[in-house]
Each structure stands twice: as structure tokens, then as C-alpha cells.
Design a protein around this ligand. Structure first.
Ligand SMILES: NC(=O)c1ccc[n+]([C@@H]2O[C@H](COP(=O)([O-])OP(=O)(O)OC[C@H]3O[C@@H](n4cnc5c(N)ncnc54)[C@H](OP(=O)(O)O)[C@@H]3O)[C@@H](O)[C@H]2O)c1
Length: 365
């Protein structure tokens, strides 16, 4: 695709943890051209190379911004600037309270919004897309376009991205109950949400709204689109979430109770072949979204957080291992990269899929 034919995009919240990864992933993207980046009034007017000096955080905590876009200036949000720049797609990495107004107004103006924020995930005509799990839910874009002009597609909560990928292949066995304990990294709280002194040498058994998000969003992703509404699957999911002192990657301990349990060999076979998932051939899609590790001490954040391949694909696969089946209960661990599969990469993959399915073939008037 030549530069002329690429779809122009903007990243809102481009200086944050998720936004910086979006900027990195969108640099030299084959379908999309990064035309505008925005931040709060505190960073607006600065170039990435200027704010990089002031990050002052642990090495590797914030994504490196590629040389080619280091000189981009962060703008203050202004819908008129999006229109002037010819932007059609907006990637949002804004805090929820800011996103709720901005995303609604942009949808009304006809923009396609791919959002990491939780602000609209509970709306019945807004899909939460994990592209390999529920690509059919993208169809509801058309319902939103009829109502509002534009549309919002959301990425899920970061744990849900891994959980839904692992549960989808097992749905056929009748899932009676799912218990999940999550061990979530510091970066999941955003750039400044967690004072270092609170988490060093500590575990915090509370993450605001997290357990409710995990239950609701997983059921929605695995639910059914009927006419113009998404009906969540009837899955009883109970979550317990803990913040742990690592930088990146959320580890999940799952216990699944089956109505009709498969045998362990069958489970390993299903996961090893990624049976039941839609394997996609797109720039940000990993070859396989699930990787099974046979070692007794995997997955680990230090070893598996970048699973999935190289470049845009790195961090897009979830790693699972330590399988145990006892009577009707299957137990295993899962690791998801919260900033990539759990946010920026998944969001970009949803946009790539929407383009492939021709949902982006229109111009904003
Ligand atoms: N972190 C994760 O693992 C993760 C995973 C899934 C989903 N999410 C969701 O993704 C979104 C971004 O998360 P994050 O972790 O990247 O947060 P973050 O690091 O705190 O970044 C927030 C971004 O929003 C900008 N911003 C803040 N207030 C603003 C305002 N009033 N107007 C305009 N821009 C404003 C910030 O700009 P300044 O730099 O100028 O302050 C920054 O660019 C959130 O909705 C979060 O729930 C995060």
C-alpha cells in the first residue's frame, strides 16, 4: 500500500503507557499512517524526544519511541485538527473519565474509534473485540453507524484478552464455573497511578473494579451478536486480583469446572493447535495467539511476556502451561502482556481486521 492510499490515524493519550506502544506499532504501518498524536495540556506542544528526557522511570517501563517519529509534536485534543489532518481512525488510550466524553463526541462526528478505555465496554451495541475470538461481533459497527454516524470498537480489559483466548477453545465442553486469580503488573495501573513505595516488597490484593470487569467483559466477548445487540454468554466467572511488583505482564491462575470434562491429552491437543480460534494473516497477528509451554515452571513474565513473534507481533501471544486435570476441574497458568495483547496490539489488530472486512471503506463528510 502506498503512503497515498494509507488510512490516516490519530493516537489520543499518545504519551501514556498504552499510547506510546500504539505510536511505536503504527510507525511505518502498512495500512495506516500516523497523522496526529495528542496528550493532556501538561505535555501538549512537546515533541516525544523532549518528554522522553523527563520520564525518569525504570528502564524499559515505557515503550521506546522510534526515531522516525521522535520529532512529532504532541497536540492538545481538538476535533477540528483531526478533520484538518484528514484523520479517519482514532486510537484512544485515554483515561476512562476523559474518554467517555471525547469518544462519544468523535463517534457523533463520524470517526472510527478503536479504544483501550473501559468507558463504553458495557454498551450493548459497542463490541469488545479479541480478533481471534469474536471477529463476528465487528458487524455491530453498522448498527452504530446508523445511529451515530461513526462507531466505537473497544479492546478488553488486559486480563480478559488472555482469558477469552484460553476459554474460547474449551466452550464446547460446557463450562460450569471459572475461578481466576490474577497477579497483575505495575504497568497495568498506568504511568503514574501507583507510587513505587506502595508496591516495592509488597502485594496489594485490590485493583479497583478489576474483578467486575473480568467477569462481565469475558462473558461479553464470548457472547452472541443477535441483530443489533451483544448478549453475554452465561458464564459464571469469579475473579480475585492482586497487584504484584513486576513491570509488565499479568499472570492468571485458572480453575475451570466442566460439565463434561475433556481428557488432558485432548486439552493439550486443542491448545497446541489453537483449535477454535480464528487464525489471522494480518500485520499485528501472531502466527498462533496461544503458545503452550511444557516446562514445569512456565509461563513466567521474565521469559514469556514478549511471546508471539518479532516487531508488531511481539507480545501478542498468550503463554499457558502447568496443566492439571482432576475430576471435573482443569487448572493452569496463563500469561498475557497487558500493554500489547491486553491493550495496544489487540486494538490495532481489531482495526486491521475491520479494514480487511471493509468496515473502514468510507470517508468522513
Ligand atoms: N496500562 C494497561 O495495562 C492497560 C491495559 C488495558 C487498557 N488500558 C486502558 O488504556 C487507557 C490508557 O492507559 P495507560 O495505562 O496508557 O494510562 P497512562 O499511562 O496514565 O496514560 C494516559 C494518557 O492520557 C493522557 N491524558 C490524561 N488526562 C488527559 C486529559 N484530561 N486530556 C487529554 N489527555 C489526557 C495522558 O497525557 P499526559 O502524558 O500529558 O498526562 C497520557 O497520554 C486507560 O483507559 C486504561 O484503562 C490500560
Amino acid at each position: 500500500m502506498t503512503g497515498k492510499n494509507k488510512i490516516k490515524v490519530a493516537v489520543l493519550g499518545a504519551s501514556g503507557l498504552v499510547g506510546r506502544h500504539l505510536v511505536r506499532l503504527l510507525t511505518d504501518h502498512p495500512f495506516f499512517e500516523l497523522a496526529l498524536v495528542t496528550a493532556s495540556t501538561g505535555s501538549a506542544g512537546k515533541k516525544f524526544k523532549e518528554i522522553n528526557i523527563h520520564t525518569g522511570s525504570f528502564p524499559g517501563f515505557m515503550a521506546e519511541i522510534p526515531e522516525a517519529v521522535q520529532s512529532l509534536t504532541l497536540d492538545e485534543f481538538d476535533p477540528e485538527k483531526l478533520l484538518t489532518a484528514g484523520v479517519q481512525i482514532v486510537f484512544s488510550a485515554l483515561p476512562s473519565e476523559v474518554a467517555s466524553t471525547i469518544e462519544r463526541d468523535l463517534r457523533q462526528k463520524g470517526f472510527a474509534i478503536f479504544s483501550n478505555s473501559p468507558a463504553y465496554r458495557r454498551e450493548e451495541d459497542v463490541p469488545i473485540i479479541i480478533p481471534e475470538v469474536n471477529p463476528d461481533h465487528l458487524k455491530i459497527i453498522q448498527t452504530q453507524q446508523r445511529k451515530y454516524g461513526g462507531f466505537i470498537v473497544t479492546s478488553s480489559n488486559c486480563c480478559v484478552a488472555g482469558l477469552a483466548l484460553a476459554l474460547k477453545p474449551l466452550m464446547g465442553f460446557g463450562l460450569k464455573k471459572i475461578n481466576v486469580t490474577t497477579f497483575q503488573s505495575i504497568s497495568g495501573a498506568g504511568r503514574e497511578a501507583l507510587p513505587a513505595v506502595d508496591i516495592i516488597d509488597n502485594l496489594i490484593p485490590f485493583i479497583k473494579d478489576e474483578e467486575e470487569k473480568i467477569s462481565f467483559e469475558t462473558a461479553k466477548v464470548l457472547g452472541n451478536l443477535l441483530e443489533d445487540k451483544i448478549f453475554p454468554a452465561g458464564l459464571p466467572i469469579q475473579a480475585s486480583s492482586v497487584r504484584v511488583p513486576i513491570l509488565h505482564g499479568h499472570l492468571l491462575a485458572l480453575e475451570i469446572e466442566f460439565k463434561t470434562p475433556p481428557d488432558l491429552e485432548e486439552v493439550l491437543n486443542i491448545f497446541s493447535h489453537n483449535t477454535g480460534l480464528h487464525i489471522l494473516d494480518l500485520p499485528t497477528a501472531p502466527r498462533y495467539p496461544i503458545i503452550v509451554r511444557p516446562e514445569p515452571d512456565r509461563p513466567q513474565p521474565a521469559l514469556d511476556v514478549w511471546a508471539g513473534g518479532y516487531g508488531r507481533k511481539a507480545g501478542m501471544a498468550v503463554t499457558i502451561g502447568r496443566f492439571r486435570l482432576q475430576e471435573k476441574f482443569l487448572r493452569f497458568f496463563l500469561l498475557v502482556n497487558n500493554l500489547i495483547r491486553g491493550a495496544s496490539g489487540n486494538c490495532l489488530l481489531a482495526a486491521e481486521l475491520a479494514r480487511k472486512l471493509n468496515y473502514l471503506d468510507y470517508k468522513i463528510e
